[in-house]
Design a protein around this ligand. Structure first.
Ligand SMILES: [Zn+2]
Length: 477
């Protein structure tokens, strides 16, 4: 989609609608209300933003998403929208408040995110006929044009990265294998100053990644431990670790058949890391970032781990595998230990880790765990700005007895009570004293219900926008 910014004359407002001496159509302007009137003002869509007092950047994102899909359904191919300049009383907007650049970014994100469709495997040639090809943001004050353009470009980069992450998660397990994730990483290396190295099964075994390799034992599909490095700045890196289980059958502790097809999205964390690193490179952020994707299928093949097996992690700690479906934390444990060799400034991991997180927070919030108040605060600020909601959860040592094993150092499940907390506490055992945040995105990564304004059904591309905003704030841009 082409994004433009153009100047427009200030419209004089007479009556409720800025185009005549009287009210021409009935329109209350409540949030997400849309109305068209082909007779009086052809080609115009009225879009409700609700009360100005309650307006937030995310409401702008949602409203623009609603407008874009409404216009597409009506057969429109181009959109021109006035920059929604207004006050944001209920939006703290992170550092420095809300700028015109932020507004432009949110508008562009709303449109591109809402129009996403996954039609790769549909053969009907008419399906993609209705496409919005152009979005123009109209500004009345020419002096703001440059900031609006910058925001629009950032919005375009970020939304496109989210959509790419969605596609990776929507791709079926027979296509999106660990080898395909490796190819996606290598594609980034071609286009951006990002280096990529990959540990094969034998390399990971030789290093002593017994937990990750234990998970990979049950699949014939070659696992790929993928490491990306972006050196836009000097100093200690930020380590971004994404759970990358390309299909999670549960292993020998097999999942029930219902909804198992969705387990192709169990690499959402890895997809988010790829997306965020791409945008960081596009924005030339002056940061040093290491991305780690411990990619593998979790399958119940003949060599698969048995419940009760004991594996030795890269850290040296031993783990009794009570349930082979709690495989994410095994992969992440070795990835966290591996990241320590880069002496990271901070570690952020994203994972569709626990069903318990879905029970606790549903599909509207990411569970946020961590060991460092400053890092938790920074992620929370990024969350406010992006509308990717996070909710803080404890990782208190009181829960430790649940993951203590009789026969090894740890066991990989702590039972049903506080399941997402004991999973986080398990990861914490491998972090040492590095500032660390764990984001359980199990509830928000998949939209199985009816579409939301800028989130179609299927993968949501969760985490990309949150990570990018955190990185932007960190870089002070
Ligand atoms: Zn699992």
């Amino acid at each position: 989609m082409e994004i433009k910014v153009a100047s427009r004359p200030l419209l004089k407002r007479r009556g409720n609608v800025p185009c005549g001496g009287e009210t021409l159509i009935k329109f209350s302007g409540k949030f997400l209300e849309t109305r068209t009137d082909g007779k009086t003002i052809p080609g115009t869509l009225f879009l409700g933003l609700g009360s100005e007092k309650e307006l937030t950047l995310d409401k702008i994102r949602q409203a623009m998403g609603k407008a874009a899909t409404t216009i597409r359904e009506a057969g429109g191919t181009k959109i021109a929208a006035p920059l929604l300049e207004t006050k944001f009383p209920s939006d703290k907007g992170g550092k420095g408040g809300v700028s015109v650049s932020d507004i432009a970014q949110a508008m562009v994100e709303g449109v591109i995110l809402a129009l996403y469709q996954f039609n790769l495997y549909k053969t009907d040639p008419d399906l993609d006929k209705n496409e919005i090809k152009e979005l123009t943001l109209l500004v009345t004050d020419r002096s703001k044009k440059a900031s609006v353009l910058k925001g629009a470009l950032h919005g375009q980069w970020i939304a496109n990265a989210v959509n790419s992450a969605r596609t990776l998660c929507n791709l079926p397990g027979n296509v999106l294998t660990p080898s395909r994730m490796e190819q996606e990483a290598l594609r980034l290396r071609k286009e951006y100053p990002i280096s990529v190295s990959v540990l094969e099964r034998s390399d990971a075994e030789a290093l002593g990644m017994g937990a990750y390799c234990g998970v990979a034992r049950g699949t014939a599909e070659p696992p790929k431990f993928i490491i990306l490095e972006y050196k836009g700045g000097k100093g200690k890196p930020i380590a971004l670790i994404g759970k990358s289980v390309t299909f999670d059958s549960g292993g020998i502790s097999l999942k029930p058949a219902e909804n198992m097809e969705q387990m192709k999205y169990d690499m959402s964390g890895g997809a988010a890391v790829l997306g965020a690193m791409k945008v960081a490179a596009q924005m030339k952020l002056p940061l040093h970032i290491v991305g780690i994707l411990p990619a593998t299928d979790n399958m119940p093949g003949g060599k698969a781990m048995h419940p009760g097996d004991i594996v030795k992690t890269l850290s040296g700690k031993t783990v009794e595998v009570i349930n082979t479906d709690a495989e994410g934390r095994l992969c992440l444990a070795d990835a966290i230990t591996y990241s320590l060799r880069y002496k990271p400034y901070a570690i952020i991991d994203l994972a569709t880790l626990t069903g318990a997180c879905v029970v606790a927070l549903g599909q509207h919030a990411i569970a946020l765990f961590g060991n460092n108040a400053k890092l938790i605060e920074a992620i929370s600020l990024a969350s406010e700005k992006t509308g990717e909601k996070v909710w803080p959860m404890p990782v208190w040592d009181e829960y430790y007895s649940q993951i203590k094993s009789d026969v090894a150092d740890l066991k990989n499940t702590g039972g049903r009570p506080a399941g997402s907390i004991t999973a986080a506490l398990f990861l914490k055992q491998f972090v040492t004293d590095v500032p660390w945040v764990h984001l359980d995105i199990a509830g928000v990564a998949w939209n199985g219900d009816k579409p939301r304004p800028y989130t179609p059904k299927g993968s949501t591309g969760a985490g990309v926008r949150l990570l990018v905003q955190y990185l932007i704030d960190l870089a002070g841009k």
